[in-house]
Ligand binder design. Structure first.
Ligand SMILES: NC(=O)c1ccc[n+]([C@@H]2O[C@H](COP(=O)([O-])OP(=O)(O)OC[C@H]3O[C@@H](n4cnc5c(N)ncnc54)[C@H](OP(=O)(O)O)[C@@H]3O)[C@@H](O)[C@H]2O)c1
Length: 358
C-alpha cells in the first residue's frame, strides 16, 4: 500500500478533477502491475496496473490507494475491471466520499466474491486525497499557503523588494511543490510587484499547473510574464462583479480565462473564490501570497497546510508582514496548525504545518 500511495502521488497536480490514485497488483508475492491516474484523470490507476499485469492478474491481490469507482463516468467502473480481470483480493486504503461511489465500489467487489480489506494506511491516504475529498464534500480545493520570509517574519522590504529572500535550493523545492498542485495562486499585489511567471521551471515536466491571479478589476500588468505566456500556460483571472471591460477584453484576447467572483467587504470573497476554483475542477491550490491574500484565506479558515521557508536575514518592522491583518485580540481565535516537518534546505529552513483536514 505504501508503494500504491507513492505511485498515486505521481499524478498529483496533473489528473484533476479526478483523484490521484495508485495501484499495485501482486501475484504470488511478485509485483505484476503498477499504475497511477494519468494526466487529465484517465486512464485510472487500476486500468493501468491491470493492463500491465495481463493474465497474471487472475488470482492476484490489487492494492489501491482509494476505493475503486463503481459508476459509469467517462470510463467504465474500476470495480468492474478488477472483477473482469479475476483478482481474488482487493486491499484499499480508504473509502471514496464521492456519493456516486461511497462504499458501492467495495460492495460490488464483495458481491462478486472478492475478498476486500479496507483502511490500510488510511491516514496517509486521507492526506493524499484531501483535495479530492474537500472538493467533493465542501466544493473547494485543498489550499497550501507557502511564504518565504526573513527570520523576523517579513516577506518583502517596505519598497516591495522580495527577490530573493531564500536561496536557490529552496526555490527548487518550491518548483517541485508547484508541480504537485493543480494551480499556483497569487494576489494582484504580487503580480504587480514581482512580474512573476508562476510556472514550474527546470524540472522537465510536461503539465504546468494553472496560474490563478486574484484582482477585483483585473488591474494586472498587460505587459509582463503573465501576459506573455497566457496563451501557452493556463492563466485564470478571478475578478469581481465589475471588472474593467477593456482589460477584460485584452486578457481574453491574450488567452486568459476570466472567472467572476463575489465581493465581500470590498475584496474578492475568499470563500466564493475557492468555490469557483472547485467548480472549475481544481483539487489542490498552492497559494504563494502575498500578505493580503494570505490573510483573507486564513481569516476564512481556508488554509489546510502552511509551508514556510525561513531565511537567515532580518528585514525589520517596516518590512511587509508575512500575513496581513487578521484583526485578532486573543490567541484563542488565532488559527493554529500542527508541525508536519522541519528541515534545512541549503541555508534556509523549511517548515510545514497542517490543519487537521478530516
Ligand atoms: N516572500 C514571499 O514569499 C512573497 C510572496 C508573495 C508576495 N511577496 C511580496 O508581497 C508583496 C505583495 O503582497 P500584498 O499583500 O501587497 O499583495 P497580494 O496579497 O499579493 O495581493 C493583494 C491584492 O489582491 C487583490 N485582492 C482581491 N481580493 C482579495 C482578497 N480577498 N484578499 C486580498 N487581496 C485581494 C487586491 O488587488 P486588486 O485591487 O487588484 O483587487 C489586493 O490589493 C510584494 O512586495 C511581493 O514581492 C512576497
Amino acid at each position: 500500500m505504501a508503494l500504491a500511495l507513492s505511485l498515486g502521488q505521481r499524478g498529483q497536480g496533473t489528473c484533476w478533477p479526478n483523484p490521484a490514485v495508485g495501484c499495485v497488483v501482486v501475484h504470488d508475492g511478485r509485483i505484476v502491475g503498477r499504475g497511477w491516474t494519468q494526466p487529465g484523470g484517465r486512464p485510472h490507476a487500476e486500468t493501468e496496473a491491470l493492463r500491465q499485469a495481463g493474465e497474471a492478474a487472475r488470482g492476484a491481490t490489487a492494492y489501491v490507494s482509494l476505493e475503486p469507482c463503481s459508476h459509469h463516468g467517462k470510463t467504465p467502473p474500476c470495480a468492474e475491471a478488477l472483477i473482469a480481470a479475476g483478482v481474488s483480493r482487493v486491499v484499499s486504503a480508504i473509502e471514496d466520499s464521492d456519493p456516486r461511489v461511497a462504499g458501492q465500489g467495495f460492495a460490488m467487489l464483495r458481491d462478486a466474491g472478492i475478498e476486500v480489506t479496507t483502511g490500510v494506511l488510511a491516514d496517509q491516504a486521507a492526506r493524499d486525497h484531501a483535495g479530492f475529498f474537500l472538493k467533493t464534500e465542501q466544493g473547494r480545493p485543498f489550499v497550501t499557503l507557502k511564504l518565504a520570509s526573513s527570520f523576523d517574519g517579513r516577506i518583502a522590504t517596505s519598497s516591495g523588494h522580495s527577490q530573493w529572500i531564500t536561496g536557490s535550493k529552496a526555490r527548487r523545492v518550491v518548483h517541485a511543490m508547484r508541480a504537485r498542485h493543480d494551480a499556483v495562486m497569487v494576489g494582484a499585489g504580487t503580480a504587480r510587484a514581482d512580474d512573476p511567471s508562476l510556472n514550474v521551471r527546470d524540472l522537465g515536466i510536461d503539465n504546468q499547473p494553472v496560474r490563478v491571479v486574484v484582482s477585483r478589476h483585473l488591474d494586472i500588468p498587460l505587459i509582463g510574464q503573465l501576459a506573455r505566456t497566457a496563451a501557452q500556460i493556463p492563466l485564470w483571472l478571478c475578478h469581481g462583479p465589475s471588472p474593467d471591460p477593456e482589460r477584460a477584453r485584452a486578457w481574453e484576447g491574450l488567452g486568459a480565462t476570466l472567472i467572476p467572483c463575489a465581493l465581500n467587504d470590498h475584496q474578492i470573497d475568499a470563500t466564493d473564490l475557492l468555490q469557483q476554483l472547485g467548480q472549475a475542477g481544481l483539487t489542490r491550490v498552492f497559494c504563494e501570497g502575498g500578505s493580503a491574500l494570505a490573510a483573507s484565506l486564513l481569516a476564512e479558515d481556508l488554509v489546510d497546510e502552511l509551508v514556510g521557508f525561513s531565511a537567515g536575514l532580518t528585514i525589520g518592522a517596516e518590512g511587509l508582514s508575512a500575513i496581513g491583518s487578521l484583526g485578532l485580540e486573543t490567541l484563542n481565535s488565532a488559527p493554529r496548525f500542527e508541525l508536519l516537518e522541519a528541515r534545512a534546505v541549503g541555508p534556509d529552513v523549511l517548515h510545514r504545518w497542517t490543519r487537521s483536514f478530516r
